[in-house]
Design a protein around this ligand. Structure first.
Ligand SMILES: Nc1nc2c(ncn2[C@@H]2O[C@H](COP(=O)(O)OP(=O)(O)OP(=O)(O)O)[C@@H](O)[C@H]2O)c(=O)[nH]1
Length: 390
């Protein structure tokens, strides 16, 4: 009986120990509840449960197909459309370019004023005045005229206001009365057509691009015709000018007949109701007959659809007498209606304005004053003479 009692007690103790052990073990495995967040604080969302990395089962079978969505490469993002440039408006352009003009031309006026302000205007001084004018490319006849007038006026009126007298006479020489407006509008619902001519390297293509920016700044719609098909780079250059301001450029492959490109450009201008079509041309000056053939044909073909409203001759101001000879040839081949004098920023020879107007009887309408996209300004005689006088 005593043995049985010991056995029952031992079994009971064991059973209790087993139950206690089980309860403690479960309590350790059960995570405790997170503490309640303090009032006013936001608990960050729990991090996403990590997904198990797919384990590639070593198998000889073909790999299971991966869902298309997961496998398909992301669609290539559309390249962002290039932002269109907003060209300089006329007012800010003029202020900036006047300063540049003054910087390049002030030597001539300052030189003349220094000579005219001498106490005694002897023959040597007048000779120096003539030399200064000739060096600035004013030309022989205009120089003689100016010197004669200055001599007379200063003798009669005295030399107190030499600057005012010189300003007036220079203005007369530059001919402030000429009509310098660009004819960029057509009639009867047709676009204005501007034909741009000149020898290679004078700045034709650049001028076409710059003029288109002036028109875009005035909210006009423009089409460009890259009829300088002689040089592929010129076509590319014009395409870039057009892209920058969102202007359509009609182009042909290298060697295409320039007249057909000009025709297509004007046709597009008509079809789209553009305000102005500007046609760049190749200026090969191989011989006058060839040039006449080429430009004559371009003009004739354009005029089947709309009259040419402006023929701009582009001249490089740094080429002096050479530029004048070219100007003469072009004006015999086409009816030039306006001159664009480029690279005036790189030349102190602003006097070329006077000579070229005299030679051709056509006004300088625009001046190029740098390689920047908006470095082209309408020619303003008053501002020009003021720039000369410094
Ligand atoms: N400094 C200065 N450079 C200019 C000006 N106008 C044009 N140029 C530069 O002159 C060079 C020739 O200009 P283009 O427009 O290619 O000349 P182009 O007459 O069209 O010549 P082709 O395309 O060969 O027919 C370029 O490097 C222009 O940046 C200007 O007013 N000032």
């Amino acid at each position: 009986m005593g043995d049985w009692l010991y056995l029952v007690i031992a079994i009971a103790v064991l059973a209790v120990a087993l139950v206690v052990g089980l309860v403690v073990g479960r309590a350790r495995r059960t995570p405790s509840a997170p503490p309640a967040p303090a009032p006013g604080l936001r608990t960050p969302p729990p991090p996403p449960a990590p997904t198990a990395a797919p384990t590639a089962a070593p198998t000889t079978e073909a790999p299971a197909e991966i869902p298309v969505e997961a496998e398909a490469p992301a669609a290539p993002a559309e390249p962002p459309a290039p932002a269109l440039e907003r060209p300089d408006g006329t007012a800010s352009r003029l202020v900036r370019l006047r300063q540049r003009l003054a910087g390049s031309q002030s030597g001539l006026g300052r030189g003349l004023l220094a000579l005219l302000s001498r106490d005694r205007l002897d023959e040597d001084t007048w000779e120096s005045i003539e030399d200064t004018l000739l060096t600035a490319d004013v030309g022989v006849a205009p120089t003689q005229e100016l010197v004669e007038k200055l001599r007379t006026r200063l003798r009669v009126e005295g030399g107190e206001d030499a600057r005012a007298v010189l300003r007036e006479e220079l203005l007369t020489l530059v001919d402030a009365g000429m009509d310098r407006r660009l004819q960029v509008s057509g009639a009867e619902g047709r676009p204005g057509v501007v034909l741009v001519v000149g020898v290679n390297g004078s700045g034709k293509t650049t001028t076409v691009g710059k003029v288109s920016r002036i028109l875009v700044a005035e909210d006009r719609t423009v089409v460009l015709g890259a009829a300088d098909t002689f040089r592929a780079a010129a076509v590319e250059q014009l395409a870039t000018w057009g892209e920058r301001v969102g202007v359509d450029v009609v182009r042909g492959a290298e060697g295409t007949d320039p007249a057909s490109v000009a025709f297509e450009a004007v046709k597009e201008g008509l079809d789209t109701g553009a305000d102005t079509v500007i046609v760049d041309t190749a200026g090969r000056l191989q011989n006058k007959a060839g040039l006449m053939d080429e430009l004559g044909k371009v003009k004739r073909v354009i005029e089947k659809q709309a009259p040419v409203t402006e023929v701009l001759l582009v001249l490089d101001a740094t080429t002096g007498q050479n530029g004048l000879i070219q100007a003469r040839v072009f004006s015999e081949v086409v009816d030039v209606t306006g001159i664009v004098l480029t690279k005036l920023d790189g030349s102190a020879k602003g006097g070329i304005v006077v000579q070229v107007q005299r030679e051709l009887g056509v006004p300088v309408k625009l001046v190029g004053l740098g390689e920047g996209a908006d470095d082209l300004a309408p020619f303003d005689p008053g501002a020009f003479v003021d720039a000369l006088l410094g």
